[in-house]
Design a protein around this ligand. Structure first.
Ligand SMILES: C[S@@+](CC[C@H](N)C(=O)[O-])C[C@H]1O[C@@H](n2cnc3c(N)ncnc32)[C@H](O)[C@@H]1O
Length: 410
C-alpha cells in the first residue's frame, strides 16, 4: 500500500472470551499485546522457541499455553485471530498465507501492509476503552490515545454517563494537600460530581476548578474549634444522594486513616445508598516523605507505627498503650499530636525510649507552606512551642529522621 494513499480500515471490538488466539513469537511486541488478550479472556496459544521472562511467567502461571518451537503450517487451525510477531520474515509470510487461507484476521509486526488487521493504540480510563488508528503512524495514534485517556482521567474531557448516571456517594481520599497527589480516579469522580462535601485538610485547591453548578459543602473540622458534627455530614451525604445527585465526600489523606470514613460508609449503608471508596495517599507516609524522611530504612527501622495523639497518655479516652510503644525501636508516626506532644514525649521517655531519639515535626506537608523542624524526644515539646508549630503536622520519632541525603528531596 502506497504511503500517500489514505488507508481505510473498519474498527471493531473483538469479544475473545474463550476463543482461540494464536500468537507467533514471544518477544517485546508479544509481551505488550498479551496482557490485553488475556484480560479479554482469550484462549491464547503461544508458539515460539523462546520468550521474554515476562511472557514465560504468564505461561508458568497457566495464563496461556506455550509451545516451545517455531511456527509450522496448521498452527492457525481453530484460531479466530492471530498475531504474527516472529523475527523470521519467511515464517511470518507463511503464517500470513495460512491466515488468509483460513480467513483468520491477522496482525503482522514486521509488515503492516501484509496484515489483514491492525492493532490500535488502546487505553482505558473512566470505564471507557479508547482505541485509535491513524493509518500508518503508530506514534500519532499513541499520542491521540494519551490525550484522550489523560483527559478522561483528570476530568478535563467530560464523559457524562447517559445510560447509568453516577449515583450514590464516592468517599474519596484526596491525599495530603498537594492537588497533584489525589488519585486519578478521585480526580475523575470529582470532575463528575454534582455535590462535593469537603474537609479542611486535603487538596482544597481542586475545589476552585469545579464548575459553578457544583455545590460545595464545607465540612471543616477545625481542631478544638468549630466543627460540623459528623451527624450533619452524614445527613448531608444521605440527603443529596437520595436526591439523585453524584456526591463526592472529599477527605484529606486516606478516608480510613483517622478519617471517620467507615462511619460515613455505615451511615450510607443504613439508608441503602451505594458508596464507592477511593483510597488516598495518607499524610502518615507522604508528609514525612515530602520532608525527606523515609519511615522505614534497611537495617534501621523494620516497622513504623501510626498513632493518633489527639488524646494525651493517661487520658481515660485513650486506647493507646504508650508504654508498649516506648519499647519499639522502629519509627513512630504521630498524627493530631501537636497539642499533646509534650505529654507524649514525656511518656515515651518514662517508658524507655531514649531521650536523644531524633524527632521531626512536619507542618502542612506537601503544600507551599510546608515546614520541617527537628528536635529530640527530650526537646520536641519545647521546640514545638517555641517554633509556633500549628496543626496540621505529622511528628516522626525514630532514627530514620536522622537519615537523609545532602541533596534532600524535590
Ligand atoms: C483527622 S487526621 C486525618 C488523616 C488523613 N485521613 C490521612 O490519611 O492523612 C488529620 C491529621 O493528619 C495529619 N495531616 C493531614 N494532612 C497533613 C499535612 N498536609 N501536613 C501535615 N500533617 C497532615 C495531621 O496530623 C492532622 O492533624
Amino acid at each position: 500500500m502506497a504511503d500517500h494513499a489514505p488507508v481505510a480500515s473498519y474498527p471493531v471490538g473483538l469479544r475473545l472470551a474463550g476463543r482461540r488466539v494464536v500468537v507467533l513469537g514471544a518477544g517485546q511486541v508479544a509481551q505488550r499485546r498479551l496482557p490485553a488478550l488475556l484480560a479479554a479472556g482469550a484462549d491464547v496459544l503461544l508458539v515460539s522457541p523462546s520468550a521474554t521472562p515476562s511472557v514465560e511467567a504468564m505461561a508458568t502461571a497457566g495464563e496461556l499455553r506455550w509451545e516451545r518451537r517455531r511456527y509450522r503450517e496448521g498452527d492457525l487451525d481453530g484460531a479466530w485471530y492471530a498475531l504474527i510477531l516472529t523475527d523470521d520474515p519467511e515464517a511470518n509470510a507463511a503464517a500470513s498465507a495460512e491466515a488468509e487461507a483460513r480467513r483468520v484476521w491477522a496482525v503482522r509486526s514486521d509488515d503492516a501492509d501484509a496484515a489483514t488487521a491492525w492493532t490500535p493504540a488502546t487505553g482505558r480510563a473512566a470505564g471507557v476503552t479508547v482505541a485509535v488508528l491513524t493509518g500508518q503512524d503508530p506514534r500519532r495514534s499513541a499520542a491521540v490515545r494519551d490525550a484522550v485517556v489523560d483527559g478522561l482521567r483528570d476530568g478535563s474531557l467530560a464523559a457524562p454517563h447517559f445510560r447509568a448516571p453516577a449515583k450514590g456517594v464516592a468517599l474519596v481520599g484526596g491525599g495530603p494537600g498537594d492537588p497533584d497527589l489525589i488519585t486519578v480516579r478521585g480526580r475523575r469522580l470529582l470532575a463528575e460530581a454534582d455535590v462535593v462535601v469537603a474537609d479542611r485538610l486535603g487538596p482544597r485547591d481542586l475545589l476552585d476548578e469545579l464548575p459553578p453548578h457544583v455545590e460545595v459543602i464545607d465540612a471543616a473540622k477545625i481542631p478544638y474549634g468549630r466543627a460540623m458534627a459528623q451527624e450533619a455530614i452524614n445527613a448531608a451525604l444521605v440527603e443529596h444522594a437520595k436526591a439523585g445527585k453524584a456526591v463526592v465526600r472529599l477527605k484529606g489523606g486516606d478516608p480510613f486513616v483517622f478519617g471517620r470514613g467507615m462511619e460515613e460508609v455505615q451511615a450510607l449503608a443504613e439508608h441503602g445508598i451505594p458508596c464507592t471508596v477511593v483510597p488516598g495517599i495518607s499524610s502518615a507516609v507522604s508528609v514525612p516523605g515530602a520532608a525527606g524522611i523515609s519511615v522505614t530504612h534497611r537495617g534501621l527501622a523494620q516497622e513504623f507505627t501510626v498513632v493518633s495523639g489527639h488524646v494525651p497518655p493517661g487520658d481515660p479516652r485513650s486506647t493507646v498503650d504508650w508504654a508498649a510503644l516506648a519499647q519499639l525501636r522502629g519509627t513512630l508516626v504521630l498524627l493530631m499530636a501537636v497539642e499533646n506532644i509534650p505529654a507524649i514525649a514525656a511518656a515515651l521517655i518514662a517508658h524507655g525510649r531514649p531521650a536523644g531519639t531524633p524527632v521531626a515535626v512536619v507542618q502542612e506537608g506537601t503544600t507551599a507552606a510546608q515546614r520541617r523542624v527537628d528536635a529530640t524526644l527530650e526537646t520536641v515539646g519545647e521546640t514545638v512551642r517555641a517554633e509556633g508549630i500549628r496543626p496540621p503536622a505529622v511528628i516522626v520519632i525514630g532514627d530514620v529522621v536522622a537519615v537523609g541525603t545532602d541533596a534532600g528531596t524535590a
